[in-house]
Design a protein around this ligand. Sequence first.
Ligand SMILES: Cc1ncc(COP(=O)(O)O)c(C=O)c1O
Length: 438
Amino acid sequence: MNDAATVNYDLNAALQDAEERFAAANPKSAALYEAACLRMPGGNTRTVLFYPPFPLSLAGGEGCYVEDVDGHRYADFVVEQTAGLYGHSDPTVRRAVAEALEGGITLGGPTSREAELAELLVDRFPALDLVRFTNSGTEANLLALCTSRAATGRENIMVFDGCYHGSVISFGGYGSSMNVPFPLVKAPYNDADHTLALIEENASDLAAVIVEPMTGSGGCIPCTPEFLKMLREATARHGIVLIFDEVMTSRLSSGGLQKVYGITPDLMTLGKYVGGGLSFGAFGGRRDLMERFDPRRPDAFGHAGTFNNNVLTMAAGAAGLREVFTSEAAERLNASGDRLRERLNSVLERKGVAGRVTGRGSMMMLHLTDSPLNGPRDTNAVRPEARALFHLGMIERGFYVARRNMMVLSLPMGEKELDGLVGAFENFFDTYGTVLAR
Ligand SMILES: Cc1ncc(COP(=O)(O)O)c(C=O)c1O
């Protein structure tokens, strides 16, 4: 399956052809999808994983490769939306999970494992004096927001257009009608003047400002240092809790993006790879805020969750941070991502494609536009048919990338996979350059 010839007709026709080739090449995925539709709405339990005509059904993964049920093997650049940092078969993580399994799965009491994971996290992230665990990034952000409201006695939350903080805390694209009903002040990402005016105007009612220091699903657009600095100063001045959602970005250095920017929030949230690839979330930060959860206090805040300290996640997460994703490994992976992004951008430049790959370190996203990209608002509208064509085109070339055209690195990737991605990228634009230029 290859569409190597230069395609010279319009984008919709090219996309339709790509979808037809995809459907013909994946009959078993199609059949599984049809069967799933009988019991689940749209055959789906995770909106982000749907794309037309139907998503590939995956049979397994090894290292940094996944295989679908029709027997195609792909270099995996979806990386489970950043959570698959360790790849699919890291021996250290597997050993830790196997040992935890041997020792009993649902123990129902504290173990040494959660204390070890907490120690590794507190040592790593400047914001963390104290930390607590949850089961997902969504839950971590809900807890951070509720902590801010309870601690300040204020109700409102400032959020930024296009940022994503979880299934029911989403401010771009789909899902906003499903959001939790917190009273919101919506502000424009990376627009320091406008945002500062909104903070000043709403300060007495604002419990928290929550921000992704680089948007993840909202386009891999980093905050400018000036914007984050303004948020830090303005929130400190008014006693507003500043929350960095580092669910995705914590992988971008040995201490998250907060370390890169040298700006410490009051609370931060974590998720994704930090549980070694198993369900995970965490929130934590300033001692005086987090101490409120100390159950020895008569006025302690409650925070429950049957699986908060589940032994498999605690073991996998601790082993991964201790032995695999060390500070050196973090710096190496992100330097390799920076080089990859430069190579992809130079392909675009050489071929005169109106587009660029944004991001930082091991997270990046292609945008097929040459307009300014200051925040997620500039990316959401960007040519959905072009996005879809790139997605299917890369799959056809053996590279599993996210529908939103996000590409993420994992630790087992080597030169072979990175060179391969650049080659497939180049081949895609050789084939579709004319179609996309129209
Ligand atoms: C920045 C950010 N925050 C929060 C979440 C939610 O995490 P989870 O999917 O584990 O609930 C995500 C998930 O993609 C995310 O990217």
